[in-house]
Design a protein around this ligand. Structure first.
Ligand code: GLA
Length: 385
């Protein structure tokens, strides 16, 4: 039997957040080089994905997509070969509508030939957007179509559906055959958007899972307001503090989102590297059981302060404590609420995923102060006390 794609959330990089239209063969190769040299690849990041704006504005006379001759003079096959030579995988972008969001040719009514083209080029991943969908066309059907085109193209191509959460996508996308699905509108490099996206997906956690993951959009970690794409991102680029980037990464990891980096990896600071390559946090995201977390809200601050608790395959529990508010706040996690009554004679041994050491063993509850927009993440094991 063939090995199924995406047993756990895919990890990689996508050109859109930072570069938008301004992409090229050189940029993509340089990004692949950094993946191999900086430790990103060893940390699990695998897919290098070109987003919108990579093609000519017209198909060729045979109806085939043509890479932009100036941006990608050697074509896509040569680029794919380069990426593969680094032990990485190659992702591309198209759209279920007649045009992509930036106005390039979309795959509507070209699904099977485009899947064939991508397979010939050595593509391993296809992000599939939702702009310019003919009003009369059924969106779910168009995702089924491209899924079938990819599944029959003769190459393993991971299908990353991107309809921004429309049409209750979480109800039907798994059956379409896609391996991941964008569940929200576009992220921006600011705390407001991170917060909004995370909160909007708290009640969708039961819908993700192995082989079909809830994609909360690309990461903005490490962008620090640097983007060629300010206009497209809504002009509200802004940037975040490292505390906010750390919390953003922890939320995406705990909520089982694919981890697709969106910053310029050639310019990562030490802190950005530390956040993106935190192996303890990544291992929570990549846990083979892919269980969505349950939520325990802080009784006196339930909107802003909560813990996410996620059972892991090895018997441990990941516990992320989050403070989304603008003030420092207390989180008191009562172990009773997560399934550990005092009568069990057990407590929790807490391993801190940032200090990478055991904080201690606690009974009944764990109380901590969280910085504004801050978090703490532990791996917990129930032990006899
Ligand atoms: C949409 C998608 C983004 C990006 C752009 C490209 O807005 O949601 O992630 O792919 O299109 O134009």
């Amino acid at each position: 039997m063939k090995t199924p794609l995406a047993p756990v959330p895919p990890m990689g990089w996508n050109s859109w957040n930072t570069f938008g239209w301004n992409i090229s063969d050189g940029l993509i190769r340089a990004t692949a080089d950094i993946f191999a040299e900086s430790g990103l690849k060893d940390a699990g990041y695998e897919y290098i994905i070109i987003d919108d704006c990579w093609s000519e504005k017209q198909r060729d006379k045979n109806g085939r997509l043509v890479p932009d001759r100036e941006k990608f003079p050697d074509g896509m096959k040569a680029l794919a070969d380069y990426i593969h030579s680094k032990g990485l995988k190659f992702g591309m972008y198209s759209c279920a509508g007649t045009h992509t969001c930036a106005g390039y040719p979309g795959s509507f009514e070209h699904e099977f030939e485009d899947a064939e083209t991508f397979a010939e080029w050595g593509v391993d991943y296809l992000k599939y957007d939702y702009c310019y969908k003919p009003l009369s066309a059924d969106g779910a059907n168009l995702y089924r179509r491209m899924a079938m085109a990819l599944r029959s193209c003769g190459r393993d191509i991971l299908f990353s559906a991107c309809n921004w959460g429309s049409d209750k996508v979480f109800e039907w996308i798994r059956s379409s055959g896609a391996q991941m699905f964008r569940s929200t509108g576009d992220i921006q490099d600011n705390w407001f958007k991170i917060n909004e996206i995370a909160v909007s997906q708290l009640d969708k956690q039961p819908y993700g899972g192995a082989y079909c993951h809830n994609d909360m959009d690309m990461l903005v970690v490490g962008m620090h307001g640097n983007s060629d794409n300010g206009e497209v991102l809504g002009g509200v680029v802004g940037g975040c503090t490292d505390t906010e980037y750390r919390t953003h990464f922890a939320l995406w990891a705990m909520m089982n989102s694919p981890l697709i980096i969106g910053c310029d990896v050639r310019k990562m600071t030490d802190t950005t590297k530390e956040i993106l390559m935190n192996r303890d946090i990544i291992s929570i995201n990549q846990d083979p059981e892919c269980r969505g977390p349950y939520i325990i809200r802080q009784w006196n601050n339930p909107e802003n302060v909560f813990a996410l608790v996620k059972p892991l395959a090895d018997g441990e529990y990941a516990i992320g404590m989050f403070n989304l508010s603008d003030k420092r706040a207390e989180m008191s996690l009562q172990f009773y609420d997560i399934g550990l009554p005092v009568s069990s004679g057990r407590g929790l041994e807490l391993y801190n995923c940032y200090s990478h050491s055991v904080t201690g063993t606690f009974t009944e509850r764990y109380v901590t102060q969280l910085d504004s927009h801050g978090c703490d993440v532990f791996k917990a094991r129930a032990v006899k006390v």
